[in-house]
Write a protein that binds this ligand. Structure first.
Ligand code: ATP
Length: 360
């Protein structure tokens, strides 16, 4: 496995890029640590596949370098990079048995047969494929075939990294959860470097130790799932991660806080000082951290509770403050009725953004 570095990397599909929007990938410098389980997350068209193809060598970047363990591989083709890849749809040989499909990447590299048998048995066990090893792949379901594809990706020990491009798309929803947890377990047991592309935040957050969130060709934040949830570095992270996403309210600086319409939300003096003179201010608070009730307090702002929806094990309150709508996620036993009330903004979880970036 290898440490992968991207140095001033950028890519434009068009030959004469002029503006930032002409780039499918805007300039980025970042390191993917050896042995890490990464999810590359973002909406359709944000550049995930472009980045993955540059790492695998299917695409040559128009700017910058790609290093594996310090070695420049920018000009090397995929075959010379020692990368395993698992795609959306199964890539297996129907006429071979499950065992021989799993053994193929090893036999192809002339790994001694006793080692092949050992490794295939290990990977088959981890993926619960052992009872099917002798079966021909042709008769198996799409789920099983994709499991074999995953196994073929995982079987080699000598790869720099394993790249997954939305590998669970064809998998039955019931099995998805199980396979994601399996992949996480396999990552810990085999100490592999994994990069997993997905547009599904649940998939990313349950699989990865580190999530790399992209938007419009840029990495907006890379961090643990907890960091992305608790400390969104960009309003897009707040919006994209979480359900419902972060409450984001245009605001302006005011004495002791920020002004949202005719209301003032208290904010600490140090944050306000750091934002002094900055434009495009936005107040951000996750529904999970926003309190709603009928009791005043130092972090409370008068608001109107518009409605309360009981969603079984939690409630969602919809409120208006200074002409804007906010959502608060409350415990199932919260007592709240529509009408005048208060919204509570706990200081450590109330964030301020200037031009979409977190004011730290
Ligand atoms: N071969 C190509 N030629 C020109 N433009 C391309 C090419 N491939 C991708 N693009 C453009 O580059 C941008 C990034 O595309 P990319 O496929 O990397 O995004 P993605 O995040 O992987 O999206 P998806 O999840 O839909 O696959 C998009 O605007 C896309 O239209």
């Amino acid at each position: 496995m290898a440490r992968i570095e991207l140095v001033e990397l950028a890519h434009a599909y068009r030959p004469d890029p002029q503006k930032p929007e002409d780039y499918a990938l805007r300039p980025m410098t970042m390191t993917w640590q050896d042995g890490g389980a990464y999810a590359l997350l973002g909406p359709s068209g944000c550049g995930k596949t472009t980045l993955l193809n540059i790492i695998s060598g299917l695409l040559r970047p128009s700017h910058g370098r790609v290093l594996f363990d310090g070695r420049d591989v920018t000009d090397l083709p995929t075959e010379a990079r020692n990368i395993a890849q698992v795609f959306q749809f199964p890539v297996i040989y129907d006429t071979m048995t499950v065992h021989d499909n799993l053994a193929f990447p090893l036999r192809n590299r002339r790994v001694p047969e006793p080692e092949v048998r050992k490794r295939v048995a290990q990977v088959a066990e981890l993926l619960e494929l052992t009872p099917d090893l002798r079966h021909r792949a042709s008769g198996l379901s799409a789920d099983m075939k994709q499991k074999i594809s995953l196994g073929r990706g995982l079987v080699r020990k000598d790869v720099a990294a394993i790249l997954f491009d939305e590998p669970l798309t064809v998998i039955d929803p019931h099995l998805k959860w199980q396979l994601r947890s399996k992949l996480k377990q396999i990552h810990h047991e085999l100490k592999l470097s994994l990069i997993y592309v997905t547009h599904d935040q649940v998939e990313a957050l349950t699989f990865a130790d580190q999530v790399v969130l992209m938007q419009a060709g840029e990495v907006v934040q890379a961090g643990t799932p907890q960091e992305l949830f608790e400390e969104p570095a960009h309003t897009f992270v707040g919006y994209f991660i979480g359900s419902p996403g972060m409450n984001l309210l245009p605001c302006s600086a005011s004495a002791g806080g920020v002004q949202v319409g005719n209301a003032v939300v208290p904010l600490d003096a140090a944050t306000l000082e750091r934002a002094r003179g900055a434009g495009g201010l936005t107040l951000g608070i996750r529904p999970e951290f926003l309190g709603a009730g009928h009791v005043d307090g130092p972090d409370a702002v008068p608001a109107v509770i518009e409605r309360v929806d009981d969603l079984g094990n939690f409630k969602i309150a919809t409120a208006t403050l200074g002409g804007q709508t906010l959502k608060a996620k409350l415990p199932e036993d919260a007592v709240l009725t529509p009408g005048p009330g208060y919204l509570h903004f706990p200081p450590t979880q109330t964030k301020l953004y200037a031009d979409s970036r977190l004011v730290r």
